[in-house]
Design a protein around this ligand. Structure first.
Ligand SMILES: Nc1ncnc2c1ncn2[C@@H]1O[C@H](COP(=O)(O)OP(=O)(O)OP(=O)(O)O)[C@@H](O)[C@H]1O
Length: 345
C-alpha cells in the first residue's frame, strides 16, 4: 500500500495526543499527582496498570495503520479509546476534529454507528441466520427496509467473493469464509473508519495469507481509513502503510514498514526486525536520494529490493535512477540495495 502525498498533510481522521489509560482504583487522581517520567513497572508497583501510556499518534485519511505488539502491550485498549469504549485517563482524542471525551452518550452511539465499522477475530456471526441475513443485520438495526438492505448486503457479499453462498449458514462455511462474512457485514454500513482486531489470527497460515492478499485488494478499491491490530510482525509488514509498535502501553515507533526495518527506533523494535527479509520490505522509493544522479533506465519507485534482485546482480551501474509515475525522483547506490539483498544492512 502506498498513500498519496496529500494524505499526510490533511487533517487526520483520528488524532491522539498524550493519551493515558490507567487501570486501578483512582486513576485520575493518580495520574494528576504522578511524578513525570514514571515507568511502566513503577506505575505497576503503585497499584496501576498503564494500558495506554502517553501515546500520541494520528490515523491519516485512507491509510492502513497497523497496531502491532505482543499480548498485553495495550493494542486493544488503545483502539477501544479511539471509539471511547474506554474513557481515557489523560490526554485528548479527536475523531474528525471532535473531542470524543466531550460527546454525549447519544452522540457517541451515533458516531460509532455512522462512522465506525469493527471486525473481530471471533467473527461474531449469528449462527441461526444465513450469510445474507448476517450481513444485512446492521442495516436492519438501522431500520432500513428489507429490499434495500438485501440489495446492499448482496453488493458487499459479492465484494468479498461470497456470491452464491448467501443462503448458507455460518456453520456451513470455512473459517476464512466466515471471516469474509464478518468483513462484509462491517462494510455493509459503509464505515469511514474501520477497526479490525486480529481479524485473521484464528485462521490457518495459508488461508491467512490469502485473506491478507484479498484484504489488500479490497482496500485498493475502497481506500478506507483502517486501524488494524495484530501481534504478527509479518502481517503488519505486509499490510501496513504505517505500523505503530507497542510495548507496555507505549508506542515505541510509528513509521512506514520500510523505515522500521531500515531504522528501528529502539532496541525492542530492532529485535522484531532481526529475522525479517528486508529486501521484501524496502522499496526503491525509500532508497532513492533526490540529490543522486543515476544513468540509464529508471526502476519503478514501488519495486522492492527483492523484485529488483536480478537487475541489481547483473547491472554494473553505480547509481540507478528511480521513477515514480514516470518521473525520476532520484537514484540509489546499487551497493546499498545489494547490501539489503544479501542481509548486510
Ligand atoms: N478492564 C481492564 N481492567 C484492568 N486491566 C486491564 C483491563 N483491560 C486491559 N487491561 C490490562 O491492560 C493491558 C493491555 O491490555 P490489552 O488488552 O490492551 O493488550 P493487547 O495488546 O490488546 O493484548 P492481546 O494481544 O492479548 O489482546 C494488559 O496488562 C491488561 O491486563
Amino acid at each position: 500500500m502506498q498513500q498519496t502525498a496529500s494524505a499526510a498533510t490533511e487533517q487526520p481522521v483520528i488524532s491522539c495526543r498524550n493519551v493515558w489509560k490507567l487501570f486501578g482504583s483512582d486513576p485520575t487522581t493518580y495520574l494528576a499527582t504522578m511524578p513525570a517520567g514514571r515507568g511502566y513497572e513503577e506505575i505497576r508497583s503503585d497499584g496501576y496498570i498503564a494500558g495506554v501510556k502517553d501515546v500520541s499518534v494520528d490515523v491519516r485519511r485512507g491509510e492502513m495503520l497497523v497496531i502491532m505488539g505482543l499480548s498485553g502491550s495495550g493494542k486493544s485498549t488503545l483502539v477501544r479509546c479511539f471509539s471511547r469504549l474506554h474513557d481515557i485517563t489523560g490526554g485528548t482524542i479527536e475523531v474528525e476534529g471532535q473531542d470524543v471525551m466531550s460527546l454525549s452518550e447519544k452522540e457517541l452511539i451515533e458516531l460509532r454507528r455512522s462512522k465506525m465499522g469493527m471486525v473481530f477475530q471471533s467473527f461474531g456471526l449469528l449462527p441461526h441466520r444465513t450469510v445474507l441475513d448476517n450481513v444485512a443485520f446492521p442495516l436492519e438495526m438501522r431500520g432500513q427496509d428489507r429490499h434495500k438492505r438485501r440489495e446492499r448486503a448482496m453488493e458487499v457479499i459479492k465484494l468479498v467473493g461470497l456470491e452464491g453462498r448467501e443462503d448458507y449458514f455460518p456453520r456451513e462455511l470455512s473459517g476464512g469464509q466466515q471471516q469474509r462474512v464478518g468483513i462484509a457485514r462491517s462494510l455493509a454500513i459503509e464505515p469511514d473508519i474501520w477497526f479490525l482486531d486480529e481479524p485473521f489470527s484464528a485462521l490457518d497460515p495459508l488461508i491467512r495469507r490469502e485473506m491478507q492478499d484479498e484484504f489488500l485488494r479490497l482496500q485498493e478499491m475502497l481506500a478506507k481509513t483502517i486501524v488494524f491490530i495484530t501481534h504478527d510482525f509479518d502481517e503488519a509488514l505486509r499490510l501496513a502503510d504505517r505500523i505503530a509498535i507497542m510495548k507496555d502501553g507505549a508506542v515505541e515507533q510509528c513509521d512506514t514498514p520500510d523505515q522500521i526495518v531500515l531504522h528501528p527506533a529502539t532496541e525492542y523494535v530492532r529485535k522484531f526486525t532481526e529475522e525479517i527479509d528486508k529486501a521484501r520490505v524496502v522499496h526503491a522509493s525509500v532508497l532513492a536520494k533526490p540529490d543522486l544522479t543515476g544513468s540509464g533506465d529508471p526502476v519503478d519507485a514501488l519495486s522492492t529490493v527483492h523484485q529488483l534482485a536480478q537487475l541489481l546482480v547483473q547491472d554494473t551501474r553505480e547509481a540507478i535512477p528511480v521513477a515514480r509515475e514516470g518521473k525520476v525522483i532520484g537514484a540509489f547506490r546499487r551497493e546499498d540495495a545489494l547490501n539489503i539483498l544479501v542481509g548486510a544492512h
